[in-house]
Design a protein around this ligand. Structure first.
Ligand code: GDP
Ligand code: MG
Length: 297
């Protein structure tokens, strides 16, 4: 089922009764312009959250700071409602001096924590709106070298505040061998800098199948993805979401072609609730404790 997003599994992920209210999930996308962020969001949620945009005329005034833009969509699948928010960060990495590109993004994440704390402190806590960022997809340019300074700096500054999910963008521009070598470099850079990226939790009481699935997903990090919201025809006559080249078609939903399916499994189908829980129980809780200690409470 190509158009099927897969969050309808959420009630199973949750084991709670919040099904009727629906779920709130906020994901952020960060990375330099042109790495395919908007396209991937459309591909992941099978929507056109981002309509095709007109290119800016050369004379247009370009912004000088990172902008934070938030788009919401209500999507329903098999009777399960998801209120999805995508926080986009256009401008990141696009300036002559990108030293502080991470700062407005950190501020935005913390102000969402602030708003949550403020709601928790109200007398009436019935209608808390959770606008906290539950996952941050960080797009790495497919250079084949190693992480850039701006990547390392961003992840170092943000890894204790948000669930980081590193992604190698536009994986169709590299060969399988190049991707494998690049993944290894990226992972060793991440380890060297003591950066914590989101890991799917495993529990002692889980069955072999679940553990195998978690290991399979983990083995693909950083996910090498291809995005496309267009259908293309394959030589054998199928219509698939993909990108057509003279030598063939790269299929988004084909696990032999890229890690899109595994990324979607991590973000939407299997670990959406884990991402929400880790945000609440660990990231938010640590931030809150620090904040209260800082205020001398
Ligand atoms: P953003 O600036 O990061 O939001 O990037 P966009 O999603 O607007 O994409 C920029 C350009 O890259 C567009 O022309 C897309 O069609 C193209 N693009 C998006 N995803 C991919 C991909 O996975 N592979 C390739 N080769 N091109 C892509
Ligand atoms: Mg974009």
């Amino acid at each position: 089922l190509m158009g099927y997003v897969g969050f309808a599994n959420l009630p199973n992920q949750v084991h709670r009764k919040s099904v009727r209210k629906g779920f709130q999930f906020t994901t952020m996308v960060v990375g330099e312009s042109g790495l395919g962020k908007s396209t991937l969001v459309n591909t992941l949620f099978n929507t056109t959250l981002y309509p095709a945009k007109e290119p800016l005329p050369p004379s247009a005034e370009r912004p000088k700071t990172v902008a934070i833009e938030s788009i919401g969509a209500d999507i329903e699948e098999n009777g399960v409602r998801l209120h999805l928010t995508v926080v986009d960060t256009p401008g990141f990495g696009d300036f002559v001096n990108n030293d502080d590109s991470w700062k407005p993004i950190l501020d935005n994440i913390e102000s969402r924590f602030d708003s949550y704390l403020e709601q928790e402190n109200r007398v009436n806590r019935q209608k808390i709106v959770d606008n906290r960022v539950h996952a941050c997809l960080y797009f790495i340019q497919p250079t084949g070298h190693s992480l850039k300074q701006i990547d390392v700096e961003f992840m170092r500054q943000l890894h204790t505040k948000v669930n980081l999910i590193p992604i190698i963008a536009k994986a169709d521009t590299m060969t399988d061998e190049e991707i494998a070598a690049f993944k290894a470099r990226v992972l060793s850079d991440i380890e060297y800098h003591n950066i914590h990226i989101f890991q799917a939790p495993t529990y002692d009481n889980e069955d072999e199948e679940t553990i195998a699935e978690a290991e399979e997903i983990a083995s693909k990090i950083p996910f090498a993805v291809v995005g496309s919201d267009k259908l293309v025809a394959t030589p054998d006559g199928r219509e698939v979401r993909g990108r057509a080249y003279p030598w063939g078609v790269v299929e988004v939903d084909n696990e032999d072609h890229c890690d899109f399916v595994k990324l979607r499994q991590m973000l939407v189908r299997t670990y959406m609730e884990e991402l929400r829980e880790y945000t609440n129980d660990v990231l938010y809780e640590n931030w809150r404790t620090e904040k209260l200690l800082g205020m001398g409470v």
